[in-house]
Design a protein around this ligand. Structure first.
Ligand code: PLP
Length: 401
């Protein structure tokens, strides 16, 4: 009986998106959505992506046949090589499978479904805080326990490494642990490589299963290799793991839903069984994925000249964000807004965890029309040379309110 259906809880980001759209205030600023914007506040179709799309549109040999359930082979190979390096032993020894999925979300969901059906555990550990959808995806995949490990030290505005270690040391053996491969969302703070080595020790000792969520390769500092180093380190240490790669941000292909779920194992003999189980799940969720975005990504990654051009365009995005960090920091200092604000410069990737409290964040939204998450997260790419003064003035007012 449909009359019994109730409205479910709203998603904060979707709610913000709706409110931004409806708001007619001339100075409104959208720092809520997780998407890159130009200095004019506009979405950016990467020129390299556009070039390939134009070529594809003119190519009369292309068709709309179904892809295999596991996706476009050229895309899966290229995507896996991008995160691990094409000479990675896992690739050379055929200890890796890549399955094309619906963006980063699809990868996380497929991983969760696979773990639930094929592993004895239905417990997952996520950082506190984490990307809003991690918990809900695992809940919907049937996990019975969603546990948090401490991650953010709100007092020192950095990673709470002692808390993180303590919590993971007590984690249930065999559980899955979600790790952000680079540019942690929402805090913009990653552990150091030395800390990662200690995290790897604990994960090994507790026999946890790592799922790396990799939505921001290239966004930390514009260097694709540097942003892959944590995942490569874990693979080198011999872990079996998942990597949910998203190409939404670094190719600007948000609505094309391009993702690759990479599975790395210790030996190649288990790969056919894993692929088979993955395909069974994928078949029931989306049957096969779409071709367009995967073809664009595969074409660019497979052509050395295109690859170089794309890399430069990723760096353009990363650099604009860095410039915005510096500009915001300078203005906060110039206007003597209380606080050191060093964390704005230290944080990496698309987001900043400003340290604004939920009440202060509410003032930003309700009074100043600066849309941001209540946990204090702002999308640095939503800042422009034109709106940064307005945003800093709003922060000053929110802090003194
Ligand atoms: N994982 C993290 C950490 C994210 O920040 C996001 C997007 O905001 C995603 C996954 C989802 O990526 P996609 O849009 O490709 O599903």
């Amino acid at each position: 009986n449909v009359s019994r259906v109730k409205v479910g809880p709203a998603t904060e980001t979707a709610d913000l998106r709706r409110r931004v759209k409806e708001d007619t205030h001339p100075n409104k600023v959208d720092l809520g959505a997780g998407a890159y914007r130009t200095d004019e506040g506009k979405p950016w179709v990467l020129p390299m992506v556009k070039t390939v799309e134009v070529q594809m549109a003119a190519d009369m040999t292309l068709n709309h046949e179904y892809l295999p359930v596991a996706g476009l082979p050229a895309f899966r190979t290229a995507a896996s090589a991008l995160i691990l390096g094409k000479d990675n032993p896992a690739i050379l020894e055929n200890r890796l499978e890549g399955i094309q999925v619906q963006g980063g979300t699809g990868g996380v969901r497929l991983a969760a479904e696979f773990l639930k059906r094929n592993f004895g555990s239905d417990i997952v550990y996520v950082s506190k805080p984490t990307w809003g959808n991690h918990k809900t995806v695992f809940i919907h995949a049937g996990f019975s326990q969603i546990k948090e490990y401490r991650y953010w030290d709100a007092k020192n505005l950095g990673v709470d490494f002692e808390g993180l270690k303590e919590d993971l040391q007590k984690a249930q053996e065999g559980a899955c642990v979600i790790l952000h491969a680079v540019a942690h969302n929402p805090t913009g703070n990653d552990p150091t490589m030395d800390q990662w080595s200690q995290i790897a020790d604990i994960i090994g000792a507790r026999k946890l299963f790592p799922l790396f969520d990799c939505a921001y390769q290239g966004f930390a500092g514009g260097d694709l290799e540097a942003d892959a180093q944590v995942v490569r380190y874990f693979v080198k240490r011999g872990f079996e793991l998942f990597i949910a790669q998203s190409f939404s941000k670094n190719f600007g292909l948000y609505n094309e839903r391009v993702g690759n779920l990479c599975i790395v194992t210790k030996t190649p003999d288990v790969i056919p069984q894993i692929r088979s189980q993955m395909e069974i799940i994928a078949r029931t969720m989306w049957s096969t994925t779409s071709h367009h975005g995967a073809r664009v990504v595969a074409t660019i990654l497979g052509n050395p000249a295109y690859f170089e051009e794309w890399k430069a365009q990723v760096a353009t995005m990363a650099n604009r964000i860095k410039e915005m960090r510096q500009m915001m920091f300078n203005k906060l200092r110039q206007k003597k807004v209380p606080g050191s604000w060093n964390h704005i410069l230290q944080q990496i990737g698309m987001f900043s965890f400003t340290g604004l409290t939920p009440d202060q964040s509410r003032v930003m939204v309700e009074k100043h029309h600066v849309y941001m998450l209540l946990n204090g997260r702002i999308n640095m790419a939503g800042l422009t040379t034109k709106n940064v003064d307005y945003v800093v003035d709003a922060i000053q007012d929110a802090i003194s309110s």
